[in-house]
Ligand binder design. Structure first.
Ligand SMILES: NC(=O)c1ccc[n+]([C@@H]2O[C@H](COP(=O)([O-])OP(=O)(O)OC[C@H]3O[C@@H](n4cnc5c(N)ncnc54)[C@H](OP(=O)(O)O)[C@@H]3O)[C@@H](O)[C@H]2O)c1
Length: 354
């Protein structure tokens, strides 16, 4: 593998620069929700960091107690407010369905407690902005747990982009399709179900991060028999002409790869691109110049975001450098534009979202 002559960084030598998660200062975490991601987040923290989970909140006492028992958690609460007000909790991790993110986040912020909110930050850009403004006013830490941007893999991508080796950005291809069964939360319109917020947020967030504010957004898609968005294709173009081609769907699994191409070369992220995995860099002149490999440990890698957040809080930062709130809001602005093209809206009612 040779090096391109006009790039000063030795791209072949790029490795993640992330500090050891075991060295991150210890935060006392309170977990809101006891579902799929909460299980994995807590287990990953316990195995890979010194972070301590002191409390959990569940709408159901028995479920909360069972979760606490499985993970050695001492304190169980029955709602977001009690969790956030617990003096043994430094930071709340909001692991609830999407319509409950804003409520969970604001409960923490209003109690003066830091908060890490599962993706997406809110149902739309307006909710995300509300959360961000309230966190800023309260002076507490707030970030979206979009774990991709905290992974060692993405730190490699960041350095390759900064090196300039692929030249000015031209194209982003990103897709994420996964077969989700009928009983899944994503099939429920009242929980703002559909592929968009659960899976589509990853390609959308990547495009939004790389392209910035879009000039043009085209999208088409369809709904399934539950009335939630089943699949979507979107084209996004920025002022400089860079184009993103995005897909998401919940009826079947796709390779879930991403390619970031410039005028001189490309970064390939084999699937699933949003999880730990390889980074391959090719230039048109020199072929493959970097093949970075890391174990594909899937959600076991959720601890990277927790370690980064713990460092942020200890340093007195109120936002994440890996996932600033402006980026979370921008991604939802793009998602709002896609939804508008599809005619998909989330209207809050007493029963949930319609
Ligand atoms: N980073 C990732 O790779 C990843 C993967 C999957 C999901 N996520 C995100 O994590 C969040 C939760 O997803 P999940 O798959 O863990 O969902 P889930 O399995 O349905 O769990 C959500 C939990 O939230 C609580 N909850 C509070 N209000 C609720 C309501 N109105 N309806 C249902 N449950 C409610 C429930 O716990 P109690 O009944 O105990 O209150 C439930 O177990 C979502 O934002 C999702 O996008 C991220």
């Amino acid at each position: 593998m040779s090096r391109p002559t006009d790039v000063t960084v030795n791209v072949a030598a790029i490795r993640p620069r992330l500090p050891d998660p075991m060295d991150a200062p210890v935060l006392r975490w309170g977990v809101l929700g006891t579902g799929w991601i909460a299980e994995r987040f807590v287990a990953a923290l316990r195995r890979n960091t010194r972070q301590v989970v002191t409390a959990v909140a569940s709408r159901d006492g028995a479920r909360g107690a069972a979760f606490a028992g499985r993970h050695g958690i001492a304190r169980v609460h029955d709602d977001a407010g009690a969790l956030a007000a617990d003096p043994e909790v430094d930071i709340v991790y909001v692991a609830t369905p999407h319509p409950a993110h804003v409520g969970g986040a604001l409960a923490a912020i209003d109690a003066g407690t830091h908060v890490l909110v599962e993706k997406p930050l809110g149902l739309d850009a307006a909710e995300a902005t509300r959360i961000a403004e309230r966190a800023a006013a309260a002076g507490v830490y707030c970030a979206e747990a979009l774990w991709t941007f905290f992974l060692p893999r993405f730190d490699v991508v960041r350095q390759v982009l900064e090196s300039g080796v692929i030249g000015p950005l031209r194209t982003v291809l990103a897709e994420y399709g996964e077969y989700l069964p009928d009983g899944h939360r994503a099939m429920d319109p009242a929980l703002a179900g559909g592929s968009l917020l659960d899976l589509g947020i990853y390609p959308v967030a990547l495009a939004s991060r790389l392209l910035g504010e879009p000039r043009r957004v085209l999208a088409t898609g369809d709904a399934n028999r539950f009335g939630v968005n089943a699949q979507t294709g979107a084209l996004v173009q920025d002022d400089a002409g860079a184009l993103a081609v995005l897909y998401t769907g919940l009826s079947g699994s796709t390779p879930t790869t991403a390619t970031i191409a410039g005028t001189r070369g490309a970064i390939e992220l084999p699937g699933p691109f949003y999880q730990p995995g390889d980074v391959i860099v090719r230039t048109w002149a020199d072929g493959e110049i970097l093949r970075y490999t890391e174990p594909a440990v899937a959600h076991e890698a959720l601890y990277w975001e927790a370690a980064a957040v713990a460092r942020d809080v200890a340093a007195g930062r109120t936002q994440s450098r890996e996932r600033p709130l402006a980026d979370s809001i921008a991604a939802l602005r793009l998602m709002d534009a896609v939804r508008e093209r599809l005619g998909v809206s989330y209207v809050r009612t007493n029963e949930g979202v319609a």
